[in-house]
Design a protein around this ligand. Structure first.
Ligand code: MN
Ligand code: MN
Length: 469
């Protein structure tokens, strides 16, 4: 082939073929990624449950001038408000200069994460040990949870209306808890089982004590359990019956850490979906000026199907937006039909340990930026939002014009499995919606991994969406 022909082909290829982009190409400003991720790690370490995320988000929002919205209060353009949904979910808004009837821009993330919940009557004693019975929350691989340090978090609601916050294992020097596993020496039967059956659901009992109460006699029964109750009573003023009106969980008792010699990654519990919740929150708090009203949702219950009063199926969100609309003389239906939502949730990243579950050409990769997912679902896109080509076209332009690194990613190979997010529940409201978020390794494991550049690009993408879409 002649040199000129070669050059011609090269030019044709450059003009027509798609080339994946990477954060390290030198074409993207990633200088802010580290500082942003330090803030994010603090948020993770503080927000180990949805309640703690709400508390921390409100604390940060208040410091940025946000005030709680009360129905009927006067509102004007530029106001920054939030509404707390029963301490478990949160919605925040910056009122834009445009009419509400022209629609709003929404970033919807969730702040609940897979975990182990205590049952309502959890404490028992067996073989001289005190344990908590549990019921796991969300899609976990049960075998990943034994033999790691766990901390206890949650609340106990007393009959007098008081709510006691329980927290043990998060402070340095605190004791932690553990679910025991079988030694390999005696694991012959266990190892022959399928992975889903290694640890039965009723086998996730949490070890929480082994010493009997002071003054116990040999013939006394359940003295170790009694000792745990004594300590709980001393520390929190609660009795065994108070467990009946409690929400207690155990979650991994280790902080977020940098991963790799180059510190380019973050390992932590709860990236799904706090790794999108924090950039969504931060992007809203940092909005300088916006035509469209901007909203950030931090939802609960996504991991169990968005049910419940604090989940995305709840009318809480509609009521909040309707209240604002009413104030400015717009109708909710008009507002919703002109609105756009980024369902900011994580997606799978190509994992060199498990390349067989992803189809390379359509998979998200670490360090290739915020990931748009046109559809999730399973078995022929069933249960998926399937965003429109037009919406993706507009977002392509938005991200490219603002030099934001983004990629398209499928949730695994066709018929390999699947999943869902809050996207379909937003779309049901007549809101144009697409999934956008951070690609994750080891999703739903007690220690998940993300790339710092992707976290930062997700923040920049949501910022551009709020201010320029
Ligand atoms: Mn998620
Ligand atoms: Mn999830």
């Amino acid at each position: 082939m002649s040199d000129s022909k070669k050059n011609e082909l090269k030019a044709l290829r450059e003009k027509l073929c798609f080339k994946p982009k990477n954060a390290f190409d030198g074409n993207y400003d990633i200088s802010g990624a580290n500082d942003f991720c330090e803030e994010y790690k603090n948020f993770l370490n503080t927000g180990k449950t949805e309640r703690l995320c709400v508390k921390e988000a409100i604390r940060i929002a208040k410091s940025c001038g946000f005030v709680p919205y009360v129905r009927g209060m006067s509102l004007k353009r530029g106001d920054k408000i939030y509404r707390n949904n029963r301490n478990k979910a949160l919605v925040l808004a910056v009122i834009g200069s445009e009419e509400l009837s022209r629609g709003v821009n929404i970033a919807a993330a969730h702040i609940d994460a897979p975990r182990i919940d205590l049952k309502q009557m959890p404490l028992y004693e067996s073989e001289g040990l005190a344990l908590f019975k549990t019921h796991y929350y969300g899609g976990i691989k049960k075998y990943q949870w034994p033999a790691i340090p766990l901390e206890l978090r949650g609340v106990v609601a007393l009959k007098n209306g008081e709510v006691r916050e329980i927290s043990c294992g998060d402070e340095p020097g605190d004791p932690v808890f553990v679910i025991t596993d079988l030694l390999p020496h005696l694991g012959r039967d266990q190892m022959a089982k399928k992975a889903g059956e290694f640890i039965p659901g009723e086998g996730l009992n949490v070890l929480c004590g082994s010493s009997p109460v002071d003054g116990a006699e040999k013939e006394d029964k359940e003295t170790v359990k009694l000792n745990v109750l004594r300590i709980l009573n001393e520390k929190y003023g609660i009795t065994e019956e108070d467990f009946l009106s409690a929400e207690l969980s155990v979650v991994p008792a280790f902080p977020a850490r940098d991963i790799g010699f180059d510190r380019s990654l973050i390992g932590a519990y709860g990236h799904d979906d706090r790794v999108c919740a924090y950039p969504s929150l931060r992007a809203l708090l940092d909005v300088k000026s916006t035509n469209k009203t901007a909203l950030c949702i931090l939802a609960d219950k996504e991991e169990i199907g968005s049910e419940g009063v604090s989940g995305m199926k709840s009318r809480f969100f509609d009521t909040f937006v309707e209240d604002i609309c009413e104030h400015f003389g717009a109708t909710l239906r008009e507002c919703f039909e002109n609105s756009t939502c980024l369902s900011t949730d994580v997606t799978v990243a190509m994992d060199p340990n498990f390349p067989e579950v992803c189809e390379k050409q359509n998979s998200a990769f670490l360090n290739r930026g915020v990931t748009l997912c046109k559809y999730t679902g399973s078995r022929g896109k069933s249960g998926s939002n399937d965003a429109s080509a037009e919406l993706i076209g507009r977002l392509r332009a938005l991200f490219d014009d603002n030099n934001i690194l983004w990629q398209m990613g499928d949730l695994g190979k066709v018929d390999q499995g699947g999943g869902g997010t809050v996207a379909m529940y937003m779309a049901e409201r007549d809101i144009e919606t697409i999934d956008a978020g951070v690609p994750v390794l080891s999703m739903h494991a007690p220690f998940e991994t993300v790339a710092k550049n992707d976290v930062y690009m997700t923040y920049l993408a949501i910022s551009a969406f709020f201010e320029k879409y």
